[in-house]
Design a protein around this ligand. Structure first.
Ligand code: FAD
Length: 449
């Protein structure tokens, strides 16, 4: 501790990451003052707050959630949950999004978070100020606007800020030559709510990530003819009826026809981008120096801390991860930095660490835009943070169950959400299919973990 008295921490966003940050801050009242959680909407849950409208809310702010009506989770609840708070027992492993929202509300009840959230308050700026005797000589001025009356703004000073604003709301649309010539309906998955409006239509769906595959399945159910265009290796699992694969779209011709990388062409009624999202931190003072470049947010030590301003923490930017447990680990790591149980290296050492880490990833052939995708490396990352911060790592079965689900998903995208997992008392787990038949654990994962 710095001898400052209790540290005041601001949390930006009351999605899963912000709630998790608040939960941990509140559990350490010896060291931390009660946090202030700023939330621009009137609800907790962020992504998990389904909003039928697209575009903007009544107050003119853009709709945050990219949730669609029939979404069920792609991670079983047994490992999707925060490790210290399970989903209700009666639920199946893959739950409807409304259950996740309920779960997050129950998390708020259980850890008594509600009173610390300022709803309808949008953070407009986060500015570092030099403060003698402050944590690392720093403090932060957080200016927020009233969601209804934008002219009302308030500034409060904090010792540290945890940025938990999410990164699935600002649609990324790749630059495709001639795109403006497309004559059909152009849309992004951010504005996709349900399949019915696209029933029977011809659709080119760009991107075979989790949302792309899921939406392709929904469209198949309403007899849309879908060309799933993507740059990955061709999928080998059975595809839904009416869905075929194609390489990426490379250009749009003068008459609005889409041309694929292999020279084939299509003129669909709908061109649907499932191409992901941009990171944005519009409130962050430029002098903090956090940059977004080709989907990489940097420089951030351990993907969280800008070395020059080590009392700012950006939580939850890693991709291809198991989000809630990841937030749980990152939040505790942040607390360990602030309470001094983990002593940060010097600014220069952190900068060097980032440089070497990025160089090592590039050396393994990872493109800049994929550096934040931790994928199976997330488990070593989580363990490292737990080790550095001196807190409990995730239970051992977590990685194995999660990775096995990935294998099942790759083998059988049509059915993997009908499986049900059980975690046994000895921390082993088993999985059954829809008919109650116990499935073999994937061998590759058994060996790897
Ligand atoms: P968000 O949930 O986006 O929350 C951010 C919050 O910050 C929002 O409430 C927003 O209003 C607030 N905010 C933003 N800017 C400001 C500001 N300036 N001032 C004040 N408040 C602000 N994860 C899973 O684990 N399982 C799944 O099955 C799964 N499926 C998904 C499906 C879709 C379609 C999408 C888009 C994501 C899915 N995810 C899934 C990932 C999901 O986003 C994470 O689980 C998690 O909800 C992210 O939480 P977050 O707190 O980082 O961000």
């Amino acid at each position: 501790m710095s001898g400052l008295g209790k540290l005041r921490v601001a949390v930006i966003g009351a999605g899963a990451a912000g709630l998790c940050a608040a939960r941990h801050l509140l559990s350490r009242r010896d060291t931390f003052a009660t946090p202030v959680v700023y939330e621009l909407s009137k609800n907790i849950g962020g992504t998990w707050v389904y909003e039928e409208r697209v575009g903007c809310y009544d107050n003119g702010l853009p709709i945050h959630s990219s949730m669609y009506r029939d979404l069920r989770t792609n991670i079983p609840k047994e490992v999707m949950s925060f490790p210290d708070f399970t989903f209700a027992k009666h639920l199946p492993s893959f739950v409807h999004h409304t259950e996740v929202r309920k779960y997050l509300e129950q998390y708020c009840d259980h850890f008594r978070l509600w009173d610390h959230i300022q709803f309808g308050t949008s953070v407009a700026s986060v500015t570092p100020v030099d403060v003698k005797g402050g944590w690392n000589g720093l403090a932060w001025d957080v200016t927020s606007n009233d969601g209804e009356d934008h002219s009302k703004s308030t500034t409060e000073r904090f010792d540290a800020v945890m940025v938990c604003n999410g990164h699935f709301y600002d649609p990324y649309i790749p630059a495709i030559p001639g795109l403006e010539k497309f004559k059909g309906r152009l849309m992004h998955s951010h504005d996709y709510r349900s399949a019915e409006p696209l029933a029977g239509k011809s659709v080119v769906l760009l991107g075979a990530g989790l949302s792309g595959l899921d939406i392709a399945m929904e469209l198949s159910n309403v007899d849309a003819q879908v060309i799933l265009s993507h740059g990955q290796r061709p999928l080998t699992c059975p595809l839904p009826p009416g869905v075929q694969q194609a390489p990426p779209v490379t250009s749009v011709l003068d008459d609005g026809t889409l041309e694929f990388k292999n020279g084939e062409r299509a003129k669909p009624e709908v061109f649907l981008f499932c191409t992901g999202y941009n990171f944005t931190f519009p409130f962050l003072d430029k002098k903090v120096g956090v940059k977004v470049q080709e989907h990489l947010v940097w420089p951030l030590y351990k993907f969280i801390i800008p070395p020059a301003y080590p009392s700012l923490f950006i939580v939850g930017i890693c991709r291809a991860i198991c989000p809630f447990p990841h937030f749980h680990i990152q939040s505790q790591f942040v607390l360990s930095v602030l309470d001094g149980s983990f002593r940060l290296p010097s600014r220069e050492e952190m900068e060097k660490d980032i440089e070497l880490d990025i160089a090592a990833r590039c050396g393994r052939g990872i493109a800049t835009r994929h550096i934040l995708k931790l994928d199976s490396e997330q488990w070593a990352y989580n363990d490292e943070l737990a080790h550095l911060g001196g807190f409990k790592p995730l239970p051992r079965y977590w990685s194995n169950l999660y990775e096995s689900n990935k294998v099942f998903r790759a083998r059988d995208m049509l059915n993997y959400k009908t499986y049900n997992y059980t975690v046994l008392e000895n921390m082993e787990w088993k999985v059954h299919d829809l008919h109650g038949l116990q499935l073999q654990k994937p061998l590759a994962v058994k060996k790897q973990m």
